[in-house]
Write a protein that binds this ligand. Structure first.
Ligand code: BES
Ligand code: MN
Ligand code: MN
Length: 456
């Protein structure tokens, strides 16, 4: 282990330079205009993985963006770790809110600013570098397989088939992912739960064409007004979601677990100040930490229709639209919730409008137990580098493929992320701490080390 850590220590700057090179490739998976750049990122990753010591490195085609695979099998009797990450990034919009261009990384106050710096290029690249360090030091204690995909930010649509088709090749004992956050740099944590997701788009149609809002206003249902009323009715005064059956399968969390969760360090004033809000808000009967992890949600992500240009145009629009996400918890089923939403939303349409609900991608929630060799290995690894035992914490985001690793490959996932909630992922000015990048690279070899010992 000393040789591995020495290698990391003497290559720290070089590793940052390489990450910067990676971040310059605008691998935006959602926008076809970046299709070539997404492929370029896959090629870059495959080159780095090969240089790091990866074998059987391959860019595997899918109906969408490619998957980069590589492995290093040293001894069939040793445990096998499958590392998963994504090299695609969210669109950078709104561009005007970035202090520096999203694909021209800059270092400021110990952070690298760029789209994908934390989610997930910076975090997935830590695994390539940690692997290279173990290889160079001759200290790789496990077999390792890498799966880096280019469609996580658009729902991992082709990864499920890939897992099914490649089951044999992907056989492993555990999946290791760095795509989540820690509580703070002096308070390490391991994510032990992710929420599921149901995402729908709704279209409300009133009259067959836009109308003069004076001539027709008051006499014809306005689809934007109707949509607003419908959305408003989806939650009651206590912040409970009103869709019949929505909570039926929600797993209740024990009082002890809720207490432990709320013992995590969290400062309400700081939270409110950081977001510039007068007060937090949410479902009655739950704390902010609970609202953002163990409870399901319903949020409008975007809404449009009618006239949104400069000045005033008097118009009664023909159409109104909204994109709505529901974050789910165990044991809600994404498909069932989508179906419930559709039925309910259609049933509450006021007279004079028609409603269409289109489902987008979804995914299931996941919880990972803490009494497993993999969790223990991650906890020991973090304790080695942070000098403190990490806190198990449930996260609010979603990584739908985690549930599929379990159902298809039959293995658990460890979510050992190193980002911070303040890293602005999916937002302008995304960043990743150089401290966090290096700390991740240092910690990963300890995971391999402890995991191979605990598994033996
Ligand atoms: N890395 C995030 C998920 C995440 C963020 C987990 C923060 C925990 C803490 C991932 O890249 C992501 O953004 N997932 C999407 C879901 C996907 C289906 C588009 C999400 O959560 O919105
Ligand atoms: Mn991610
Ligand atoms: Mn993301």
């Amino acid at each position: 282990m000393k040789a591995t850590q020495d290698y990391i220590h003497s290559h720290k700057d070089e590793m940052v330079d390489e990450l910067i090179e990676f971040l310059k490739i605008p691998s935006v998976s959602a926008d076809q205009k970046y299709k070539g750049d997404v492929r370029r990122a896959a090629e870059w990753v495959s080159k780095q993985l090969t240089e790091a010591g990866g074998q059987n490195v391959e860019i595997m085609e899918t109906p969408g963006h490619p998957i980069v695979y590589g492995d290093r099998i040293i001894d069939a009797s040793l445990p096998t770790v499958l590392v998963y990450g994504h090299y695609d990034v969210q669109p950078p919009d709104p561009m005007e809110l970035w202090d520096s261009p999203p694909f021209e990384p800059v270092i400021k106050d110990g952070n690298i600013y760029a789209r994908g710096a934390c989610d997930d290029k910076g975090q997935m690249y830590m695994h390539v570098k940690a692997f290279q360090a173990m290889m160079s030091a001759g200290e790789l204690p496990c077999n390792v397989k890498f799966v880096f995909e280019g469609e996580e930010e658009v729902g991992s649509d082709n990864l499920e088939d890939f897992l099914r088709d490649q089951q044999d090749r992907l056989r492993c004992d555990v999946v290791l992912v760095s795509d989540t956050s820690i509580i703070a740099n002096d308070t390490p944590s391991i994510t032990v739960g992710l929420r599921g997701l149901s995402y729908v788009e709704v279209e409300v149609t009133g009259p067959n064409r836009d109308l003069h809002s004076g001539t027709y206003g008051g006499a014809v249902a306005n689809p934007i007004n109707a949509l607003c009323e419908m959305i408003a009715s989806l939650k009651d005064d206590d912040g409970h979601i009103t869709i019949p059956g929505f909570y039926d399968k929600v797993q209740t969390v024990s009082t002890a677990d809720r207490k432990a969760m709320n013992d995590a360090p969290w400062d309400r004033d700081e939270y409110e100040r950081d977001l510039d809000i007068a007060t937090v808000a949410g479902e009655k009967g739950y704390t902010t930490l609970e609202r953002a992890s163990i409870r399901p949600t319903l949020d409008v992500n975007g809404m449009w229709g009618g006239y949104t240009g400069e000045g005033a145009k008097t118009v009664l629009p023909s159409k109104a639209y909204a994109k709505i996400s529901m974050r789910l918890v165990p044991d809600q089923s994404s498909d069932e919730i989508t179906e419930m939403f559709k039925k309910h939303f259609e049933s509450i349409a006021p007279d004079g409008v028609r409603v269409e609900v289109k489902p987008h991608h979804g995914g299931e929630a996941a919880v990972t137990p803490t009494d497993t060799p993999e969790y223990q290995a991650a906890a020991l690894a973090m304790e080695e580098t942070f000098g403190r035992k990490p806190i198990p914490a449930r996260g609010g985001g979603s990584i739908p493929i985690v549930a599929l690793f379990e159902s298809i490959l039959g293995v658990k996932t460890v979510l050992m992320g190193f980002g911070l909630d303040s890293d602005n992922i999916h937002s302008p000015n995304e960043k990743y701490g150089i401290f966090n990048f290096h700390r991740g690279i240092e910690t990963i070899p300890y995971f391999y080390h402890h995991y191979s010992k605990l598994k033996a």
